[in-house]
Design a protein around this ligand. Structure first.
Ligand code: NAD
Ligand code: MG
Length: 380
């Protein structure tokens, strides 16, 4: 039996992960679950999966369930609770399904324990890619990407030599605004931005898809996962979201991974790798799909994508500033405090204001995240 710890079990990836584990229940069991505040769903998950440890970040939410936790299950509370859970629970696979910078600290604990990290939380690699990948090597841990593009590339690279890769081609749906003019961004509403054409995901990543910051974060994620420079990572818009990404090799051959837009497949792959396991997920056929189309993204329209490319080139803490500013800006947009078109403006202001540091240590990264959040929160 493989033991799985799910960081962020009540989110879109967390719920999908538990569905996948339900399908694989003869080989996988859940030993730890963590949530922010949705204790109702956590309770249903405790009843179904019987974990040994659960952690609730929100202290008020945790208080309400203090007396209801079944025997044999330990409840941990607060940010320290999440870290302690990642540090002490028994598990083989750590599913990083939490959203945002907050996922970094618990993920580091799992890496230090030499575990398999099934990584959905791309922000971890965006802000601290150099440190995390070094720790992975030092502790014989491994990262199997869950992000569909990176899972696709990982699958294309099986049996291949990284030195023979000419470039990676990350596909992007283009989000709900791919056919809109830039002027539309001035008036785009929260509901319009949350209406993704192909994927059903948490609200933060859905807004990131509308601004295409999501693809920018994924370029940085790919850089750290596969050790390739920015000029070898290309982004192409592919509205059907059937090709999840591609690898072009030095002989000109291109390998791609295809499938329906459903996160259950990359989640299952990260759990069962190097094996593939039969499942009943929906299938499609090429005649049903009909046609696959591609075109270049407009970096003038999708400014966030350009800002992310630039942050990767600058290096140091620039991606950390980019990420923190983006998290605050997206949250402000979701609360209707700023316009959709303000998101890249705020991020740009943070990149110009907060001092960038080269080769940062972890302490510097936490401080940079804090300072950037404080600065962008004060803007309007
Ligand atoms: P979500 O918002 O649906 O879920 C987030 C989970 O994290 C929830 O369980 C929530 O309780 C928990 N959480 C959030 N903030 C927290 C905090 N401060 N402390 C403790 N717990 C907290 O998000 P999601 O869409 O499932 O995305 C999760 C991660 O996976 C993100 O990094 C996202 O970029 C990545 N990802 C998601 C998808 C997708 O299809 N949803 C695809 C690729 C990558
Ligand atoms: Mg993705």
């Amino acid at each position: 039996m493989k033991k799985v710890f799910v960081l962020g079990s009540t989110g879109s990836i967390g719920i999908n992960c538990l569905n996948v584990i339900n399908n694989l229940k003869h080989d996988f069991e859940v030993t730890g679950l963590t949530v922010n505040s949705n204790t109702e769903l956590l309770f249903a998950q405790i009843r179904e999966f019987n974990p040994k440890v659960v952690a609730v970040k929100d202290e008020d939410a945790a208080k309400k369930i203090l007396n209801k936790i079944p025997q044999g299950c330990q409840l941990l509370v607060g940010e320290e609770g999440l870290i302690k859970a990642a540090l002490e629970t028994e598990y083989d696979i750590f599913m990083g399904a939490m959203v945002g910078f907050a996922g970094l600290a618990p993920t580091i604990e799992a890496v230090k324990r030499g575990k398999r990290i099934a990584l959905a939380n791309k922000e971890t690699l965006v802000v601290a890619g150099e440190i995390v990948t070094k720790l992975v090597l030092e502790n014989s841990a491994e990262i199997i990407p869950v992000d569909s593009e990176h899972s696709a590339i990982y699958q294309c690279l099986v049996g291949e030599n990284l030195n023979e890769v000419e470039k990676l081609v990350l596909t992007a749906s283009g989000g709900p605004f791919r056919d809109k003019d830039k002027s539309f961004f001035e008036t785009a509403t929260v509901d319009e931005a949350l209406n993704h054409p192909n994927w059903k995901m948490g609200s933060k990543i859905t807004i990131d898809s509308a601004t295409m910051m999501n693809k920018g974060l994924e370029v940085i994620e790919a850089h750290w996962l596969f050790g390739l420079p920015q000029e070898k990572i290309e982004v192409v818009i592919h509205p059907q979201s059937i090709i999840h990404s591609m690898v072009q090799f030095v002989d000109g051959s291109i390998k791609a991974q295809l499938g329906l837009p459903d996160m259950k497949l990359p989640i299952q792959y990260a759990l069962t790798f190097p094996e593939r396991v039969q499942n009943d997920f929906p299938r499609t056929s090429m005649p049903t799909i009909g046609s696959l189309t591609f075109y270049e993204p407009d970096l003038n329209k999708f400014e966030c994508l350009k800002l992310a490319f630039d942050a990767l080139i600058t290096g140091g803490t620039a991606p950390c500033i980019l990420n923190a500013a983006n998290e605050v800006a997206v949250s402000k947009f979701l609360q209707k405090e700023i316009k959709f078109s303000d998101i890249p403006l705020l991020i740009n202001r943070a990149l110009n204001k907060v001092e960038s540091v080269f080769s940062p240590d972890l302490g510097t990264i936490f401080e940079c995240d804090r300072v950037t959040r404080e600065y962008v929160s004060s803007l309007n």
